[in-house]
Design a protein around this ligand. Structure first.
Ligand SMILES: Cc1ncc(COP(=O)(O)O)c(C=O)c1O
Length: 384
């Protein structure tokens, strides 16, 4: 088909502030590796944003999770509770340290790990819990922390998709032992590839920094008391993040506007269900997602995606349930895991174009195309 419409991507980067200026400054200074003023500036600003004592910049969000688990000394034979409805990095990181991810179903009211389902998944091997603040909605941290305390487990928030989300009025990233963030190209703030670990514990922060830098003693150069990794972020990448941090409020506002336009267009449409928002939550406008109920809408989520694609509109399916994927399904079957909410959301969820540069005209094209399909479904029902 010869498409007359320009492609609308599902995500796109906006570096229209001082990002370029700071990147040039980093290049001219020759400090482009993992030391430099932008790195320390970014770490300080990010810790302030998350209201934590420390922020440790790393080369991506997956590495941030891996580092957190190394910092907590998670080992082969240990089990870590994770939601199955998340990006695969959450569970992959658990495997990197030889431990096993055990999946917990999500709550339909938050799409995040359901605290009511946690206790049934705890065994003698369980060491910790990684709730994911999915699609910008915070997990119910007070309930999760309560259960963790009863069972002597640590908690690490995977906040990759939820920068600036608020739980009971306070930003995510400070509600547990550590939290991890991603600055991948589709994230709220980006430097292409990047990540961070936020935390309050001083000695754990030293351990995390030591592990990040090949195990080198922070007070004794070229002395390596432990085996570490090269998980560092570059000053060049941090310069871009400093430019992004200046624009954080502007970026959030623009994305919130996109969310509210979609919400207004879809809230009364039979067959489209909006992302819920708990009364204690303030959503981070990361990527707009909604559910397509096949019976009520008239066709499946996949058919909706195909239709939008025909009109050159890119979408993204909800995350595939991790417990169904080849690396995890055997173990999940052996544990007889039942995760019906995850499976429903995974099969019916779709993510729509969300980025600051999305024009109102282009967003209207997305909305109108989806609503046209709905009209066709209604028409088909009438004549059937
Ligand atoms: C929930 C979640 N965790 C972890 C990550 C991994 O981050 P990165 O892609 O920066 O490695 C992502 C990523 O995109 C994510 O959505």
């Amino acid at each position: 088909m010869n498409n007359i419409f320009e492609r609308i991507p599902v995500a796109s980067v906006d570096l229209s502030g001082n990002e370029e200026k700071y990147a040039v400054e980093a290049i001219k200074s020759t400090w482009i590796s993992s030391t430099g003023k932008f790195l320390s500036q970014f770490e300080n600003e990010f810790a302030n944003l998350c209201q934590t004592k420390h922020a440790v910049a790393v080369c991506n969000g997956t590495v941030a999770l891996h580092l957190a688990l190394l910092g907590l000394d998670v080992r082969p034979g240990d089990e870590v509770l994770v939601p199955s409805l998340t990006y695969i990095a959450t569970a992959n990181a658990v495997r990197y340290v030889g431990a096993e991810p055990v999946f917990v179903d999500v709550d339909p009211e938050t799409w995040c790990m359901d605290p009511k389902k946690i206790e049934a998944a705890i065994t003698r091997r369980t060491k910790g819990i990684i709730p994911v603040h999915l699609l910008g909605h915070p997990a119910d941290m007070d309930e999760i922390n309560k259960i963790a305390a009863v069972h002597g487990l640590w908690v690490v928030e995977d906040a990759a998709e939820a920068l600036d989300a608020k739980y009971k009025g306070k930003p995510v990233g400070s509600f547990s032992k550590m939290a991890t963030f991603s600055f991948f190209g589709n994230k709220l703030l980006t430097c292409g590839e990047g990540g961070a670990v936020t935390l309050n514990d001083d000695s754990l922060a030293t351990r995390i920094k030591t592990l990040r830098g090949q195990g080198m003693d922070p007070t004794r150069r070229y002395y390596f008391p432990i085996t570490g990794y090269n998980f560092r972020l570059t000053n060049l990448a941090a310069s871009i993040l400093c430019g992004q941090m200046e624009r954080k409020n502007e970026i959030v506002e623009k994305r919130k506007m996109i969310f509210s336009r979609y919400d207004n267009a879809f809230k009364n449409i039979k067959g489209i269900k909006l992302q819920p928002c708990a009364k204690w939550a303030e959503l981070s406008p990361w990527m707009y997602a909604c559910l397509i109920d096949e019976n009520d809408f008239g066709c499946s989520r996949n058919a909706v995606m195909e239709y939008l694609n025909k009109f050159n509109i890119e979408t993204r399916p909800m995350f595939i349930s991790l417990h169904k994927l080849p690396p995890f399904r055997e173990e999940s079957l052996q544990r007889c895991e039942s995760l019906p909410e995850t499976e429903y959301l995974s099969e019916s969820g779709v993510m729509l174009p969300t980025y600051t540069m999305l024009s109102e005209t282009d967003q209207n094209r997305v909305i109108d195309t989806l609503l046209d399909l709905k009209k066709q479904m209604l028409h088909r029902k009438k004549i059937a």
